[in-house]
Each structure stands twice: as C-alpha cells, then as structure tokens.
Ligand binder design. Structure first.
Ligand code: TYD
Length: 219
C-alpha cells in the first residue's frame, strides 16, 4: 500500500484447495462486525473485464494458452482490479481483502510455468503501479491435500488446478520463498489447521495492524 493511502490491504494466497475463500470471508465478517468498512474481492476478477479474463484464462476450451499470454492475462485483470477497485477503496479508508494477488502470478506463472519470478514481478509492478499488500496471509497447503479438498463432492478442476502435483509443488515452494524473503509482510499458516484456529490467528495479526485506527474514521 502507498503511504498516502489510509486503508489496509490484505491478500490471501496459497495453493488451490487451501481454504483461502473461507478464511477471507471469516476475516471480512469479523472486521465488519467491529465497525470497519471492508471490501472483499478476488483475482482473477473483481471488475467486469477481469471476470471476462477469468473465464478466458481458467476455462478449458480456449485452446492452448502459452505461458507469457497467460501471465499477461492475469496481469491485465490485475491492472484493472488495482486501479478501478483496490486503490479507490484504500483511498476511502477501507480494509481491502483480496483472494489472490501478485504472489499468485509469481508462483503459478513464474514457478509453475517456468517464466521466473523476476520477470513476472516486474510485469506486475508495472501493471499495478507498485501496489503491494500490507499483509499477505499464506495458507500453506500440501498439493495432494489441496487436490483432495478441491475435488471433494462434484467439483471439477479448472485449467490451472488440473495441472499435475509437481506443478502444484513448485507453486507451494514459490509461495514459501516469497514469504521467507520478506517475513514481516507475511503470516504463514498451515492450511490443514482447524478453521476456527486459523481465523483467530489471522484476526489477531490484522487487529494488531489496525490497532491505531478508529472505526469511526473510515467511511
Ligand atoms: P481461484 O479463484 O483461487 O480458484 P477457485 O475459484 O477455483 O477457488 O484461482 C483460480 C486459478 O487461477 C487458480 O488455479 C490459480 C490461478 N491463478 C494464476 O495462475 N495466476 C494468478 O495470477 C492468479 C490470480 C490465479
């Protein structure tokens, strides 16, 4: 987040099936009940053009998408998301909670597709004009657990999810490397932990970031 922005920017990251959406919803509900204005959003998506890009890049049936095209599609959706949704909400004083952000591109396209972290980070810094989260909550999931969780019931896997375990293993390590490189900006938790325990730990960390803020100050 930039210095001039009064809001707080939180990203949830992790492999497929880590339980990010559940924890993002829990955090959002807890903060709203404490009087904070919260914007919950997701990537790819969050804007009309982003949702279109989401279905183009995730649905099976659009033929082969090469790695650079894929990275640019995620970055294009993110550019719209950052400028049209995230920045205005932060400027208005909201807590923005996004389900995935730049780290997902570094992990999936950088490590999973082999484009490398550096180029993907540069592309995304440009796309977002350098907008980074204040805190990234990384739910670390073992790839086989993740697959079991996301295919429970009748759920089908999207284009990225259906990649083999080795792909998901590379992604897991890329997320952990990002967290290790800037520990103060990350909260890394095991996705296998109890849902309520995870929610409490996440809220605790976010509340400490919000400690100096007064709910009445935000609109
Ligand atoms: P997600 O919304 O978490 O999936 P679901 O709605 O099925 O829970 O993410 C969609 C997929 O897109 C996921 O496999 C990760 C992938 N992805 C990337 O490869 N790069 C990115 O930059 C982003 C944001 C997502």
């Amino acid at each position: 987040m930039s210095i001039q922005s009064p809001g707080l920017f939180i990203a949830f990251e992790g492999g497929d099936g880590a339980g990010k959406s559940t924890q993002a919803a829990r955090l959002s509900d807890a903060l709203e009940s404490r009087g904070f204005s919260v914007l919950r959003t997701r990537e790819p998506g969050g804007t009309p053009i982003g949702e279109k890009l989401r279905s183009l890049v995730l649905d099976h049936g659009h033929g082969t998408i090469d790695a650079r095209t894929e990275a640019l599609m995620f970055a294009a959706a993110r550019a719209a998301h950052a400028s049209q949704v995230i920045r205005p909400a932060l400027a208005g004083g909201s807590v923005v909670i996004t389900d995935r952000y730049i780290d997902s591109s570094v992990a999936y396209q950088g490590a999973g597709r082999g484009l490398g972290a550096e180029g993907v980070l540069t592309l995304n810094d440009w796309a977002t004009e350098g907008l980074h989260p204040d805190l990234t909550v990384l739910l670390d999931v073992d790839p086989s657990d993740g697959r079991r969780r996301r295919t429970a019931g009748d759920a089908t896997e999207d284009r990225l999810e259906s990649e083999p375990d080795a792909f998901h293993s590379a992604i897991r390590h890329a997320f952990l490397d990002l967290a290790e490189a800037s520990p103060s900006g990350y909260l890394v938790l095991p996705a296998s932990a109890d849902i309520d325990t995870l929610a409490a730990e996440i809220l605790d960390r976010v509340e400490s970031l919000l400690a100096d803020r007064v709910p009445g100050d935000r609109s």
